[in-house]
Ligand binder design. Structure first.
Ligand code: ZN
Length: 255
């Protein structure tokens, strides 16, 4: 595809969150986070697991998270996105620095929306392999919250492999025979000592704590908020093995 055709294709695309046109340029990560991470660390890893039962996985070093994209309309980028960044930045910064942080119910919701929106933009930066369905993006935009049946956790990351990583996959969290057009997804985002994970799968809430955190000392749940206050970090830190176990539950990620 030459550049003119590419521009035409982009000209016909609609905002991933609200469906409006035209699109404006935005950064994958906000300026405050790019400044914090530094330009040489802004790679992200992207991985996708294939359709149910095949579990074919592809994973690659994706384009730097410092790149600009054209996925959002000006309203979603500047107004909606801007207000999410302004609300989430002070809470996130403390945890990224590793400071013990107490989050109110409202702050848990702020962080959860930031997490969902950022994961969705990362996911759609790979349009051919994205796993998060349109309905989930529309829900986030319209309701200012993660999609229905999504669960979000914060963890303390002690590994060395991932910086500003996003991995997403669909099939391992699908329930065989259930809604195949909405198989569920998992996404992980790591920024220094803060790890954020979100999993969407119908029915997950019923067995989520047992499923992901048998001893209850690895994750603090922020979505849906269950306690008036939660304290980050949890007792135990997660290393690279944990990132891969949750993000790629069918086997160690190949490099
Ligand atoms: Zn929009």
């Amino acid at each position: 595809m030459n550049e003119t055709q590419d521009e035409e294709r982009i000209g016909q695309r609609r905002c991933i969150f609200c469906g409006a046109k035209p699109l404006t340029k935005e950064h994958m990560l906000p300026k405050w986070l790019r400044d914090l991470l530094g330009s040489n660390q802004l790679m992200h890893r992207h991985g996708v697991e294939g359709p149910e039962e095949t579990y074919e996985r592809s994973e690659w070093d994706a384009t730097p998270a410092s790149q600009t994209l054209k996925l959002l309309c000006s309203d979603c980028n500047n107004n909606w996105g801007g207000s999410i960044e302004a609300a989430a930045k002070p809470i996130l910064l403390a945890m990224i620095r590793g400071e013990e942080t107490r989050l109110s119910r409202e702050e848990q919701a702020v962080v959860s929306l930031w997490m969902a929106k950022t994961m969705m933009v990362f996911d759609r930066s790979h349009p051919r392999t994205s796993v998060i369905p349109d309905d989930d993006l529309r829900h986030a935009r319209a309701n200012n919250e993660p999609p229905p049946t999504a669960v979000g956790w914060l963890s303390n990351y002690s590994g060395e492999k991932y910086v500003a990583v996003h991995v997403s996959s669909a099939s391992p969290y699908a329930i065989p025979g259930e809604n195949k057009s909405d198989p569920g997804w998992v996404s992980s985002l790591v920024v220094e000592s803060l790890m954020m994970q979100m999993v969407k799968r119908p029915g997950l809430l019923d067995d989520a704590p047992r499923f992901f955190d048998e001893t209850g000392d690895l994750n603090v749940q922020v979505w849906p908020p269950t306690d008036d206050y939660i304290v980050w970090p949890p007792t135990r830190a997660k290393d690279d093995g944990f990132v891969e176990a949750v993000s790629f539950p069918t086997g160690e990620a190949s490099r």
